[in-house]
Structure formats: C-alpha cells, structure tokens
Design a protein around this ligand. Structure first.
Ligand code: SF4
Length: 216
C-alpha cells in the first residue's frame, strides 16, 4: 500500500533526473496527511536543500505567517511540497524533463492526501497543473486569485494559483495581493460545503470554473 512515508523514502533515494547530483537533501514535503489544503511550490532553494524541509527560508517564513495569520492554521494542518523535489543548481528554473521525471511523486502525494484545495505558488506549479487540466496558462498575474475545478484524480479538487512568496519578499504590492488571495481561500474554507459552489460560481462570481477534464 502506498504511503506518504514511502513516497518520501523513494524521493530521498531518487536518481531519475540530473538534479540528484547537486542536492544535499531531497525535499519530499511535509505536513498533515489528511490536509484540506496542499501548497505546491516550484522547487527547493538553498535553505530547503540544507534542511531537507520545504519553505524554511525567508519565503517560507512569509508563507508560514500567511498560513498562521490569514488562514488561522498551522503548518501542521496543511501539506507543503514542491513540483520538483531537489534543488536546481543556482536556483535556476526546473527544466521540462526534470518536471516530467519528478511529477509522479506529486501525483502520489495528491492521491494519498486528497486535499480539498491545492494552492499553487508561482508560475511553474500553476503551469504544470493547468497543462494537465487543459486550461490555457496566461501569466500568473492573470490566472491567480481564482478557483479552478480539477477532477483529474477522480474526485473534485479546487486549484487556486497565487504568487510564490519569494516574489513578494521585496515587493509590497505583490505581498498585498498574496495576502488578499489567502483571504479568499480563508473565506472559501469558512463556507459550508453545500454553499461552496455558490461561493465559487454563484452570484458573486468570485471564482472561475476551469476545464476539469484532464483526459482531453
Ligand atoms: S528532482 Fe525529483 S526526479 Fe529528480 S532526482 Fe530529485 S526526486 Fe528524483
């Protein structure tokens, strides 16, 4: 039977793409195995590579603050991971073959956790999920802050793209938008399941329904 521990164990030993050669530690992800919210960033950075944990540097501190203060949750309530589990050298963008090699780990984590909402942090994880959801990815600035329905894992998951916290560190306007986006998620979480569709697609039209058929 597959488990999150098994996924983590395989990630730590993985050599499926070139990134294993550069890592100090692989970073499988951590958090609640029954989390309602799953965060998916791009790839580990320097601090994450040293500690083997996701989002522990300056961007991670901002993410933790938003989880605590805006969502009213702790890191232990959510699950935090990345699209690519090993640090690309000099923090370069992950390459397509690296994403293809690594993404099955993310899908196994999603299958095991079955989150209600996946918050994609930044353009890489958003672009990856949009591709399999068959949604046209414009810039992260255009698609962020809305909920998109994904039935790719045989049950409904809401995908909510926003900026990567690293982009907000020295950019107060982006930081403000990031906080606003987290408030939207908080509002959605507070709504009763029966009224969630109304919240997302109802008269207020605060969200946008994406193409949920990943088979197309
Ligand atoms: S990035 Fe992913 S696929 Fe590549 S070596 Fe690390 S765990 Fe394996």
């Amino acid at each position: 039977m597959d488990t999150l521990d098994l996924v983590a164990e395989e990630v730590r030993k993985c050599q499926k793409c070139r990134l294993w050669k550069y890592r100090k530690n692989a970073v499988p992800g951590e958090g609640n195995n029954k989390a309602e919210i799953m965060f998916v960033g791009e790839a580990p950075g320097e601090n994450e590579d040293i500690e083997g944990k996701p989002f522990v540097g300056a961007a991670g501190k901002l993410l933790t603050r938003l989880i605590n203060e805006v969502l009213g949750l702790s890191r232990e309530d959510v699950f935090i991971t990345n699209l690519v589990k090993c640090r690309p050298p000099n923090n370069r963008d992950p390459e397509e073959d690296e994403i293809i090699a690594c993404s099955p780990y993310l899908h196994r984590q999603i299958e095991l956790i079955r989150p209600r909402i996946i918050i994609t942090l930044g353009r890489h994880s958003t672009s990856y999920l949009f591709q399999i959801m068959n949604i046209k990815m414009e810039s992260i600035g255009k698609v962020r802050g809305k909920f998109y329905t994904w039935n790719g894992h045989e049950y409904r998951i809401l995908v909510f793209p926003t900026y990567h916290p690293a982009a907000a560190l020295y950019n107060p306007p982006i930081r403000k938008i990031l906080e606003e986006d987290f408030r939207k998620v908080k509002e959605a979480l507070s709504s009763k399941p029966i009224s969630l569709d109304n919240f997302l697609y109802g008269s207020g039209n605060k969200g946008e329904k994406g193409n949920s058929d990943s088979s197309k």
